[in-house]
Write a protein that binds this ligand. Structure first.
Ligand code: AMP
Length: 280
């Protein structure tokens, strides 16, 4: 397994693989890898000849008061996890390699980024789309793997690939959870013991919503109310948003029908966590 910080070297290697007729997968990450990331790598490993993982904490997708500096980083540990998962190449650029001194381009879109996480993180998805576009150019892969944990991100990337004709297949992978149901996240490391115990409320509230839907509830506002009530029982939890939207265009819906995304963001103490259910 090679670790490279060079755009030129990485692109050259991927082009060589492609010239040899090999299929290539890209798994974009910000590092501090866990089982969720590993599941994407393992799926990529099964479905492709070569697997490239990018590890880059992208400053452009963090707002001015967000956790860019504090975001956990550990390349040694990450490379061990990649090696175990059979990854061929880690692309780990410095910020200067990705964004030169005169960098001024970006990729953005209307509608999909405006709600949910985009409402409380206004520059976030512009940063995500820009860095993912750059990664798709640097690593001209056949397939890229994204987690449904970041469901709005997945919907935006799918839309972006369609709208801008990127020649890459986007594969969405299921959410990997801790034993108690908390979705795995690099940010879980910010939680104190007490906060970690209470963080299960995100998944529990979604479970209750799904039970109601399975029992026939179709009214999106009632589903939201079930989630809000459950989270309200938790002393350390503060809701950022609870939304029921169409999964394809991320617009609010009144009735549970078609492709539905139930998405929540909740502060547990000062740590903002997200979780969701997708109904297809
Ligand atoms: P991040 O490093 O947080 O940017 O995540 C990199 C990729 O891993 C994204 O496509 C995430 O959706 C995915 N991911 C993060 N956590 C999980 C999880 N618990 N289960 C599945 N995929 C995940």
């Amino acid at each position: 397994m090679i670790i490279s910080g060079s755009i030129e070297e990485t692109r050259k290697q991927v082009k060589e693989w492609k010239a040899q007729g090999l299929s290539v997968a890209l798994v974009p990450t910000m590092g501090y890898l866990h089982e969720g990331h590993k599941s994407l790598m393992e799926r990529a490993r099964k479905e492709n000849d070569k697997v490239v993982v990018s590890i880059f904490v992208n400053p452009m997708q963090f707002g001015p008061n967000e956790d860019y500096e504090a975001y956990p980083r550990d390349l040694d540990r990450d490379s061990g996890i990649c090696e175990d998962a059979g990854v061929d190449w880690i692309f780990h650029p410095e910020v200067e390699e990705m964004y030169g001194p005169d960098f001024s381009g970006y990729v953005d879109m209307h509608t999909l980024p405006e709600k949910l996480c985009g409402a409380s993180r206004p520059v976030h998805f512009r940063g995500v789309q820009t860095v993912v576009s750059k990664l798709f150019h640097i690593v001209p892969a056949d397939r890229a793997y994204f987690g449904q944990k970041d469901a709005q991100q997945l919907a935006i990337i799918r839309r972006m690939v369609m709208d801008l004709n990127f020649d890459i297949e986007i594969i969405g992978c299921p959410i990997i959870r801790e034993e108690d149901g908390l979705a795995k996240s690099s940010r879980n490391t910010y939680l104190s013991e007490d906060e970690r115990r209470q963080a299960v409320i995100l998944n529990q509230s979604l479970e209750e919503a799904m039970k109601a839907i399975e029992a026939g509830e179709k009214d999106a506002s009632k589903v939201k109310a079930i989630i809000e009530k459950k989270i309200g029982t938790c002393s350390l939890a503060k809701i950022d948003y609870v939304e029921v939207v169409n999964f394809d265009n991320i617009q609010p819906i009144e009735t549970i029908e078609g492709n539905v995304l139930i998405a929540i963001a909740v502060y547990i103490g000062t740590t903002r966590l997200i979780d969701n259910r997708i109904i297809m």
